[in-house]
Write a new protein. Sequence first.
Length: 268
Amino acid sequence: MTSIAEAFGKARAEGRALLVGCMPAGFPTVDDSIASMVAMAEAGCDVIEVELPYSDPVMDGPVIQKASDIALAAGVRTRDTLRIIEAVAATGAQVVLMTYWNPIEKYGVDAFARDLAAAGATGMITPDLIPDEAAEWIAASDRYGIDRTFLVSPSSTDARLAMTLRHCRGFVYATALMGVTGARSQVSQQAPELVARIRAVDPELAVGVGLGVGTGAQAAEVAGFADGVIVGSALIRCVLEAPDTATGQQRLRTLSAELAQGVRNPRR
């Protein structure tokens, strides 16, 4: 599998940003979520971020929470998520996992790293795990070759920023604003400043910007200053608000293509 760093490097060589599209595992069913993720990849998402549904999210807005609740109510569990990752990765798509820490601790950190790598994921994003408390995960991810993505925000101090970047591998997730996920009418003005601060510390580490992007125009705007554009709620809403599965899949492909066009035409 191509590593996430290589995927970012390929996009950078093409003079554009990389598009990360997010979808909860098992929403609304296991098979439907696989179809959605494959559709996103075929329509232009460079990386599929599979979100492990969790009952007590701290970063997710109402759209992702609702989709995750639907998946959990249908009985989706951690092993189903690994099976979904395996199915999507088998198509050739680049896959990373986004998960809160409690399910990994319950599964067993080393065992999960082993099984995640075996499923074909190349990285993991941990929104509620900070590097200070991640020694076990850092060791396991090193052992199984999984890229680590921690989060930074506009409120991160310079010292916290530098320490977090040292422990990231592949890319760092820059939250563009303070608050939970969800598409906004305009891109946060704090995002370019945060990206500049990151690059002043580590010019080589790729920066993915998330929270708030929902249109091709916004993707193009973020692509003008970031290495990656991360989109979740807007894509999930395509399925969540559709009257039927076929319509949801078509809306998903249409928005994915629009976002892909945006990152390929950055506004600098």
